[in-house]
Design a protein around this ligand. Structure first.
Ligand SMILES: Nc1ncnc2c1ncn2[C@@H]1O[C@H](COP(=O)(O)OP(=O)(O)O)[C@@H](O)[C@H]1O
Ligand SMILES: [Mg+2]
Length: 294
């Protein structure tokens, strides 16, 4: 009897071990079959002329900005990426995933969609408490309930490092402020959706700690593409894609001088944010509040 019991518990252990090994193996395969690089092949600007830049390789871990005046084609470029353009959009651009056009699985299986797009108009259409919403969303994206629980905690922890106004799991989604919503959207795209590519189209950055956000995003093996006019984000990016007339004009890598200057830009920016807050609170601005800036 004792022997049988022992054997039974061994069998159980063996079953558990097999399960763990299997889950680990599946995760390994998923992690290693993930997209490593996307390639943008240039098409044509609004005038019909070929684009200046005809190839950009974006690698996992890259933080990229797209810059250019209003109407220069920034949104169109990220839409091309989101649509897996294959010379079938007005720009004639092509987007390759690891050297090939998007596979059928990528195109047709929403769970394998590799791109999260956040725009000014993206919002959570939900009145659920934040924790319940994230748990539901996580369950849709991943299978395991224990993993999805953990994801909710991680997502909130991530979001709360981006915003100065902490988000609790019990708060209703509709009660979140603008900054909290943006922080949660970015955290949700990064951790719950866990797509290898995250696109942000002129997402207003008020209420977001940008330096911290970029620091955190850099730890993820993903490609982050920001359409932005914010010098702080542009200079904290690895490179920026310059748009004009619907065309990719240039790709500027952030050079050593710009990296150095980005620290000054951060100080100026923090000073301005402080001033904004002082004015908002109805207080007087003093030389001290300028943080040593002339
Ligand atoms: N390469 C292109 N070929 C044709 N039309 C384009 C091209 N790029 C942009 N457009 C058009 O130009 C307009 C402005 O582009 P948009 O991407 O919205 O600019 P931005 O986001 O920089 O303000 C849109 O109507 C868009 O369809
Ligand atoms: Mg736009």
């Amino acid at each position: 009897m004792g022997y049988l019991k022992l054997k039974y518990s061994n069998d159980k252990q063996c079953e558990m071990l097999t399960k763990i090994v299997l889950i680990k193996a599946i995760r390994y395969v998923i992690a290693h079959s993930m997209i490593q690089q996307i390639t943008l092949m240039g098409g044509f600007g609004r005038s019909g002329k070929p684009e200046n830049v005809n190839r950009i390789d974006l690698k996992m871990g890259d933080v990229v900005s797209i810059v250019g005046p209003t109407g220069s084609g920034k949104t169109t470029l990220i839409n091309d990426i989101e649509l897996f353009a294959d010379a079938n959009t007005p720009t004639g651009r092509r987007v390759f995933f690891d050297g090939a056009p998007a596979s059928k699985e990528i195109r047709n299986d929403p769970a394998r969609h590799p791109i999260a797009l956040i725009t000014q108009n993206t919002s959570f259409l939900s009145d659920l408490p934040v924790g319940v919403f994230l748990e539901t969303h996580a369950r849709i994206r991943s299978v395991d309930e224990s993993i999805s629980r953990n994801i909710v905690e991680r997502t909130l922890e991530f979001a709360n490092q981006l915003t100065g106004e902490p988000i609790g799991p019990e708060v209703r989604m509709t009660e979140l402020s603008g900054g909290q919503t943006r922080a949660l959207l970015i955290a949700d795209a990064t951790i719950v959706c866990d797509t290898p590519i995250v696109l942000l189209d002129e997402v207003e950055n008020a209420g977001i700690n940008r330096t911290r956000a970029l620091e955190l995003l850099r730890r993820e093996r993903k490609i982050f593409i920001f359409v932005t006019h914010d010098p702080r984000i542009a200079l904290l990016s690895d490179y920026r894609i310059v748009m004009r007339g619907g065309s990719i004009m240039d790709v500027l890598e952030t050079d050593a001088e710009e990296k150095q200057l980005s620290m000054v830009v951060t100080r100026i920016d923090e000073c301005l944010s402080g001033l904004r807050e002082t004015i908002r609170m109805g207080r007087r601005v003093t030389a001290g509040a300028m943080g040593g800036l002339p």
